[in-house]
Design a protein around this ligand. Structure first.
Ligand code: PEP
Ligand code: MN
Length: 377
């Protein structure tokens, strides 16, 4: 539920908060541009909403909005009693680094967040080298507050005999990369029993495509509360993906970044397309939800030679960021035990970052004007 409240009404805010806590909800206040702020009741707010007439009677409350769709916490458009539509602000999800800088995904600010690093940390030396280069890219373009690391220590693999990551040893390597560079990192969690253990280290948790409808895991990450990247299940409709996000939000965690990583369709071993990118889903997510949306060009491509154009294509859909698999140098590619063929060498990645920034500065503003004219921004 969303409540519009006159700014400065602290006593009413306290009453709303008390009621929310009583029903197991969390309250978040977003400052509006006028004299009203919005109070968001996060989680399953059905019981809270049953007290609507009491809430509407509190001093300073102008209106209460009940999202009508199924994904109540994350819906972009909500409707009031009389059917009037309210477009909610897009949400910013912040991930802080040891360097004291916050990486801010989304909010419609047009600033692309660059997540890069190995599919999986294998050795300290390799991971540190990649992390240092990621930091250099951030410094070179003056966007250090927009760069962060990735690296899955717990790997979901199709074949049980394939290498499945270093587990907690891999997490220790990612910790060391963060320690040295100050960059925060995201890592995958596959098991709801491990959320606290991994989450105690990671700055952000990733739910992979294979677990996009693992409801125990979604809820566990929702309860844990750290920011999450939720990849779209490779066979999921957009709606199913949003409902998965709602599973997390329903537990009180709205710090969710949606990630499009392609659908399973016509994989050819010759390698023109590992997963079919569904770019329209990025636009759809922006219109239907308040959540930031990022794109994974690596798992879409399956081949490092077609990563760049996939990412540039996603920029046309005004994504809020990307997560790209990278290796330090070409010489190290053959040592990669997972997804080696699709990793970009860091020097190439640096050029791609520059291209995305050029797009962001010169083309994206025009794109936004066009979308506004078409009514689809
Ligand atoms: C990954 O990011 O390395 C990964 C396994 O991604 P996905 O879940 O999208 O396949
Ligand atoms: Mn991978």
């Amino acid at each position: 539920m969303i409540i519009e409240l006159e700014r400065g009404r602290q006593a009413t805010l306290d009453q709303i908060r008390d009621l929310a806590v009583r029903f197991g909800n969390r309250v978040e206040l977003s400052e509006g541009t006028g004299v009203y702020d919005t109070v968001h009741i996060i989680g399953d707010s059905r019981e809270f909403a049953s007290r609507e007439s009491y809430i509407l009677g509190l001093p300073g409350v102008r209106a209460a909005w009940q999202p009508t769709g199924g994904y109540k916490n994350i819906a972009r458009v909500v409707r009031g009693n009389e059917g009037k539509a309210l477009h909610r602000e897009r949400r910013v999800v912040e991930v802080k680094g040891l360097d004291g800088k916050a990486r801010r995904f989304g909010g419609g600010n047009g600033k692309h967040i660059f997540v890069c690093g190995p599919d999986s940390p294998q050795t300290l030396e390799q991971t540190l080298a990649t992390a240092r280069m990621a930091r250099e890219v951030g410094e070179k373009f003056g966007i250090l507050d927009r760069v962060m690391l990735r690296g899955g220590a717990f790997k979901p693999r199709t074949r049980p005999t394939d290498w499945r990551g270093l587990g907690m040893k891999g997490i220790a390597i990612m910790d060391a990369a963060r320690e040295e560079t100050g960059l925060p990192y995201v890592t995958e969690v596959m098991d709801h029993n491990l959320v606290e253990q991994i989450g105690a280290h990671a700055d952000m948790l990733q739910i992979g495509t294979r677990n996009a409808q693992n409801f125990d895991l979604l809820e566990s990450v929702g309860r844990f509360g750290k920011p999450v990247i939720l990849k779209r299940g490779f066979g999921n409709e957009a709606e199913e993906w949003f409902y998965s996000a709602e599973y997390i939000a329903n537990q009180g965690n709205l710090d969710i970044v949606l990630c499009e990583r392609g659908m399973k369709t016509l994989y050819t071993k010759g390698g023109y397309c590992r997963n079919q990118p569904d770019l329209n889903a990025c636009t759809h997510a922006r219109k239907q939800t308040i959540l930031p949306i990022i794109f994974d060009p690596s798992h879409v491509a399956g081949d490092h030679r077609i990563v760049a154009e996939n990412l540039m294509a996603a920029c046309g859909h005004l994504v809020d960021g990307s997560i790209t698999e990278t290796v330090h140098t070409e010489a190290w590619r053959r040592e990669q035990l997972c997804d080696a063929g699709q990793a970009l060498v860091m020097d190439q990645y640096s050029i791609l970052v520059e291209a995305v920034l050029e797009y962001e500065n010169h083309v994206a503003p025009r794109m936004k004007t066009i979308l506004r004219m078409l009514g689809t921004d």
